[in-house]
Design a protein around this ligand. Structure first.
Ligand SMILES: *Cc1c(COP(=O)(O)O)cnc(C)c1O
Length: 362
């Protein structure tokens, strides 16, 4: 059996005919940027997340960067970020001319540690930007309480958490503002780059609407030094077709996650914690194993694709040379041991059984 880690042709197959038709309508409309398809998506996604505003942008990194820019913090303010995240979370802070301060996660759930956040707060700290990594929401009650205590803003990197739930609220509605990505492999994926910001704050939303369009809210009048970061009509058309199926797709992901959690019984494998199985978006199913290479090789020899999210921590990258001397043992251990198993809507029961069988023989 050949089971790729992810095949976007297969996962998008059921939408192909409808998408082709809607793209063709967008082409014929003659209106390609900031049109009615984007408006429709912004309204639907805001409703889905339970927030007042959704502002479409060009990609997830821009969503985070523009959100921070719109916060108008003094230059060189500090923003606390997870040391264990995709590098985009951290790049957004740097791109907004702010200083990212990396904070260790908790090993059990890979998410930023609220106690470590509190220890990292200085007189320059202005915000906490958390990542709902792998589709699991951070401990937002504790994090929001810390923010209130110190007068800080809280933002979510929700790029892996479309539809994830915390205390009956959706990711994107758990802080002052959230950045989403609709990169093709995300739980809600476009067919090109796309992203969005969600918020309940009127004035903040207004600045973001302007910032994504050169800082302009009225044609040729520029109130801010903005960006060109717009979600195109063609991508919006695709997202409008796929959004109504997001919960169905997430439920399918849960079913697969549940099988992995109950049927993998190999003591060499550390499974993700299962306490919020119904609330997680299960963007990725990430296990830990000490000898990652030999594990991946066994699966690969049997036709099973895996991936690693991520192999080298941000503080060990050349891009953050000034952090290379840091020792962040929990983050480093995670980066050394994690493996992502196939988890997507094109997998069959038979394929899942096959994957579980080989994992249990390792
Ligand atoms: C994908 C991702 C991003 C960036 O999204 P792009 O659309 O690729 O810019 C940011 N943060 C996290 C956690 C992601 O997984």
């Amino acid at each position: 059996m050949q089971i790729p880690f992810l095949n976007l042709k297969s996962t998008n197959q059921i939408y192909e005919a409808q998408i082709t038709e809607e793209i063709s309508k967008a082409v014929c409309s003659g209106w390609y940027i900031l049109g009615e398809r984007l408006k429709q998506f912004e309204t639907s996604f805001a409703n889905y997340c339970g927030v007042k505003y959704c502002i479409g942008v060009a990609n997830g990194l821009d969503a985070l960067t523009i959100m921070l820019k719109a916060s108008e913090f003094p230059k060189d303010s500090e923003v606390i970020v997870p040391a264990n995240s995709y590098i985009a979370t951290i790049l957004a802070v740097s791109n907004a001319n702010l200083v990212p301060v990396p904070v260790e996660p908790i090993l059990d759930d890979y998410l930023i540690n609220p106690h470590a956040i509190e220890q990292a707060i200085t007189a320059k700290t202005k915000a906490i930007l958390v990542t709902h990594l792998y589709g699991r929401c951070c401990k937002m009650d504790e994090i929001n309480a810390i923010a209130t205590k110190y007068g800080l803003k809280v933002f979510e990197d929700a790029a892996q958490a479309h539809g994830a739930i915390y205390n009956n609220k959706k990711a994107g509605n758990l802080s002052d503002g959230a950045g989403f990505s609709f990169y093709p492999s995300k739980n809600l994926g476009a067919m090109g780059d796309a992203g969005a910001i969600t918020t309940n704050d009127d004035a903040f939303a207004e600045r973001i609407f302007a910032l994504r369009n050169y800082g302009s809210s009225q044609k040729y009048i520029f109130d801010y030094q903005g960006y060109n970061s717009r979600l195109s009509e063609i991508q919006a058309a695709i997202l409008n077709i796929k959004l109504p199926y997001l919960d169905t797709e997430n439920n399918y992901r849960k079913k697969i996650a549940n099988r992995y959690l109950t049927e993998i019984n190999n003591p060499k494998i550390t499974l993700p914690i299962a306490d919020s199985i119904n609330n997680d978006a299960w963007h990725l199913f990430v296990i830990r194993v000490e000898n990652r290479d030999s594990f991946r090789q066994l699966l690969s020899e049997n036709g099973i694709g895996t991936d690693v999210h991520y192999p080298l921590a941000p503080h060990q990258q050349l891009a953050y040379k000034s952090w290379n001397h840091l020792t962040l043992p929990i983050t480093e251990k995670i980066h050394q041991q994690v493996v992502s198993l196939p988890l997507n809507t094109s997998l069959t029961d038979e394929e899942i059984s096959y994957i579980i069988h080989y994992i249990n023989t390792y």
